[in-house]
Ligand binder design. Structure first.
Ligand SMILES: Cc1cc2nc3c(=O)[nH]c(=O)nc-3n(C[C@H](O)[C@H](O)[C@H](O)COP(=O)(O)OP(=O)(O)OC[C@H]3O[C@@H](n4cnc5c(N)ncnc54)[C@H](O)[C@@H]3O)c2cc1C
Length: 408
């Protein structure tokens, strides 16, 4: 994206085929795909440069594959740190290993990389959208300190906030309030020049701790930690983690230092409390919601980016070409996106994985105790078979391939 894209003021009466509000990951990728298909696109965001906010920082191999299909993997590969092996550890013992290409990258760098790919036929406007008017033919977007913009189709990719959605009568249904807590911080090795493994997933040791897993991986020039927890945000443990992260982690995960190496935490602990929400009453003339604006995801489930990439791929490669081929942008057209079976399956998978991670981590009834035991024992056994005969282990895995890949 050139400086010209960002700073050229829009003349009065500016009209586009498609206006996208929100240039986080979903809006920016959608703008790339639509502009490459030849549509005239206006992309609007309140930040000319996405700030350092805490969101996804580890892109999994199935998400990278979707980016490849959308023609954006090369840019991710250049901007991120690639790593291929993750050592999975529980209770101080190696459980198994994951061999697949992952990418570590801070979210602002990820959004910047995707924005840098925007073709010339995307006009980027830096400004806060403060009003929307939708209809069966034309949509109007009001932007603070700019002239209004009109478009045939309005794509809302504004993330979790719901002020604009409410403007057009779209509500937020809470599937699970305060579903999970996520922490992010940077680590440096102590007493060694490097950690024992470049990337580790360390699972919680006791159900009462409410820790799903800690993932440690390279991003930019640091080792980044993402910790996924199902615990009340007012719990004193949460305060202790923020104030004394090293000591609190060592107390809660006693095998961590032995298997990963001693460490110090070198920056402030970022934290995020997630609500799982789904938009309601969104089948309306002229407007379509994608990414977190439609449905949020539990960070522990690692499905947020898979969801938004599915939204973008289905919307931009299947539905928009169909909608644009005839006059009007009625609710009947828009409904075909929300009824798309691929999207529906992905959305359902996101909700299912959010419940699954939570129950696997903290549920104590007999069923979940047995399931937890089975889950980790099966992985340990598969790891042993893998060591003896990788070909046989691969055959066994192929019998039960997950419908949609999960990262953990
Ligand atoms: C802590 C955390 C960890 C996560 N970890 C993972 C993970 O490991 N794996 C995974 O797959 N997913 C993860 N996710 C989920 C993933 O990060 C999100 O699904 C994804 O970032 C959503 O992108 P988006 O573009 O929909 O929203 P956002 O990135 O939030 O973008 C919304 C954009 O809209 C703009 N905007 C909003 N309102 C206005 C307005 N009025 N005017 C103009 N612009 C506006 C904002 O400035 C912003 O740029 C995590 C999320 C969190 C919070």
């Amino acid at each position: 994206m050139t400086a010209e894209h960002r700073h050229n003021p829009l003349p009065e009466g500016t009209d586009a085929e498609i206006a996208i509000v929100g240039a986080g990951l979903s809006g920016t990728i959608a703008a790339n795909v639509l502009a490459r298909a030849g549509y005239n696109v206006i992309l609007i965001d309140r930040h000319s440069v996405f700030p350092r906010e805490f969101r996804v920082e580890k892109v999994s191999s199935d998400q990278a594959e979707k980016l490849r299909r959308l023609g954006l993997l090369d840019r991710l590969s250049t901007a991120a740190v690639a790593f291929d092996d993750i050592v999975n550890i529980r209770r101080g013992r190696i459980l198994d290993r994951t061999h697949a290409r992952h990418y570590g990258i801070f979210y602002d760098d990820l959004v910047a990389a995707m924005r840098a790919e925007l073709p010339e036929n995307v006009r980027f406007i830096s400004g806060r959208v403060n009003g929307l008017e939708t209809g069966a033919d034309r949509q109007r977007v009001s932007i603070l300190d700019h002239h209004d913009v009109t478009a045939r189709l309005l794509v809302l990719a504004t993330g979790m906030g719901d002020i604009l959605k409410r403007d057009v009568g779209i509500e937020r249904h809470f599937v699970h309030q305060k579903q999970s807590l996520t922490f992010g911080f940077n680590l440096r090795p102590v007493g060694a020049s490097a950690f024992k493994h470049p990337a580790v997933t360390y699972y919680g040791e006791r159900v009462s701790d409410g820790i799903d897993y800690l993932t440690l991986f390279p991003a930019a020039d640091v080792t980044r930690a993402n910790l996924f927890v199902f615990r009340d945000h007012r719990d004193p443990w949460v305060k202790a983690l923020r104030e004394r992260p090293r000591e609190t982690l060592i107390e809660t995960l006693p095998g961590l230092v032995k298997t990963f190496g001693d460490f110090e935490v070198i920056n402030r602990v970022d934290s995020w409390l997630t609500d799982i929400t789904v938009a309601q009453n969104c089948v309306r003339n002229g407007i379509v919601l994608i990414g977190d604006a439609y449905q949020t995801s539990c960070p522990a489930a690692g499905t947020g980016v898979s969801r938004l990439l599915t939204d973008v791929e289905r919307l931009c490669t299947v539905h928009v070409p169909d909608w644009m081929a005839s006059p009007g942008m009625t609710a009947a057209k828009i409904a075909t996106f929300y009824d798309d079976p691929v999207k529906l399956a992905m959305d359902e998978h996101g909700l299912h994985m959010a419940d699954f991670r939570r129950s696997l981590t903290i549920d104590t009834d007999l069923r979940w105790r047995a399931r937890r035991q089975l889950h980790f024992s099966r992985r340990r056994v598969m790891q042993r078979i893998d060591a003896l005969s990788p070909a046989f282990a691969a055959r066994l895995r192929s019998f039960k391939k997950p419908r949609i890949e999960a990262t953990t």
